[in-house]
Ligand binder design. Structure first.
Ligand SMILES: [Zn+2]
Length: 405
């Protein structure tokens, strides 16, 4: 079926006709062949919109729900549960002919049939200024007379006429929803909806990140199908990394909860041996400090020995050859002592870092007895990185968790 309005638009591009329609649009006259959901074409003036008393109630409800923090998907579910006909079905039921390209008609429904509200159906309504009485037209143009591919125009080039018809929602409510939409969109990009394991999961093959992706078999089920997959596979192809299978984030989460809890219980039982031996660390440090002191004393002796050797040479007690031999020997000994002192200092530094890490670990472990649910701050405190290996022949998959503590 060919869209009549588009057809003439393409076939008759004479400046004259174009201007006529542009003028009509600029005068706030509706020239589409299909009124947006919530409106009907005025029977007395086909260039004017009037409120559809039935559908407009749904539109109002959608804006109200959204402004109260209910998401687009939940709104769609609620409408489906109540068996409210989606815009496409509704228009069909009141005798409108479906016109491709019209706004507010769900593309999926038109393609596949069926009566279903989607999050996109709700989203389209929420961003349509028609509902505050503005007539927005001329949003798209065509590549050329011959090429019918529609191109979206910049908003500044749209023809927007305020108060062209009766509004369904107040400007205030519309604005509130617009703000909410932009906050939510930002949240998805920069934090709000970022998965708690984001940035922590890596592919064991090349050490590349594993990114989240959602299997969208059904929009309504989106949350239940969250996976991580090697970015090589996600961005390029299945052959880009042999570790191409995805891993369920839910599975990973429950595995992490288990590992963290086992860490916590080992802490309680005092089984975290490497860090529990505080006394050992103290003893080691003390021994190292004593050794360093002793070496320093020895070193001072050697240095004074070197001085007296030089005096002996000056007084002629030893020959130049003898001096050279002794000098070389003592010099070498002093050098060895310097090396050892340097090594001791490094070891002490390492022990201090270990103690600090242990104190930090105690601090974190003290906060938790048992972890039931994960959140980003728990992940940040406990987990450095998670490496996911390939699935082996016997269906095993190695998951290595590097803990921070
Ligand atoms: Zn990989």
């Amino acid at each position: 079926m060919i869209d009549k309005s588009n057809e003439w638009y393409l076939e008759d591009l004479s400046e004259n006709i174009r201007r006529t329609f542009k003028t009509k649009r600029e005068n706030g006259q509706f020239i589409g062949s299909f009124a947006p959901y919530g409106y009907l074409k005025d029977p007395t003036n086909k260039n004017h919109l009037v409120i559809d008393s039935v559908a407009s109630e749904i539109v109002k409800e959608i804006f109200e729900m959204y402004s109260n923090g209910i998401g687009r998907l939940t709104i769609a579910r609620k409408l489906n549960d109540r068996k409210i006909p989606c815009p496409y079905e509704y228009k069909k039921s009141i005798g409108c002919k479906w016109v491709p390209g019209s706004t507010l008609i769900n593309r999926r429904n038109s393609k596949f049939g069926g009566n279903f509200w989607y999050d996109t159906t709700v989203g389209d309504i929420l961003k349509n200024e028609t509902y505050i009485g503005n007539l927005v037209q001329g949003k798209t143009t065509y590549v050329s007379y011959k090429n019918k591919t529609p191109i979206k125009k910049d908003r500044k080039d749209w023809i927007i006429v305020a108060e062209a018809h009766e509004p369904i929602v107040s400007e205030e409510l519309f604005k509130k929803c617009t703000e909410l939409r932009s906050t939510r969109a930002r949240g998805q990009k920069f934090g709000g909806k970022i998965h708690i394991l984001s940035g922590k999961i890596f592919c064991a093959e090349y050490g590349e990140r594993m990114n989240r992706y959602t299997a969208t078999a059904s929009a309504a089920m989106a949350n239940r199908y969250e996976y991580a997959r090697c970015v090589r596979v996600l961005k390029f192809s299945k052959t880009a990394c042999k570790n191409f299978y995805s891993i369920s984030l839910k599975t990973l989460e429950s595995m992490l909860i288990e590992k963290i809890n086992s860490l916590l219980s080992r802490h309680v039982k005092g089984e975290l041996i490497d860090i529990e031996k505080v006394d050992d660390t103290k003893k080691k440090r003390k021994a190292l400090e004593i050794e360093k002191k002793k070496i320093s004393v020895d070193k001072a002796k050697k240095e004074s020995h070197l001085t007296s050797l030089y005096e002996d040479k000056l007084e002629g007690n030893i020959t130049i050859e003898q001096f050279k031999i002794f000098n070389k020997k003592i010099d070498g000994e002093i050098q060895k002592m310097n090396d050892r002192i340097e090594m001791i200092e490094k070891e002490i530094e390492m022990l201090n870092a270990k103690t600090e890490k242990k104190n930090n670990r105690d601090e974190i472990l003290k906060k938790y007895v048992k972890v039931e649910n994960l959140n980003r701050s728990i992940i940040d405190e406990f987990v450095e990185s998670i490496y996911i290996g390939c699935i082996t022949e016997n269906k095993q998959r190695e998951v290595t968790v590097n803990f921070k503590i």
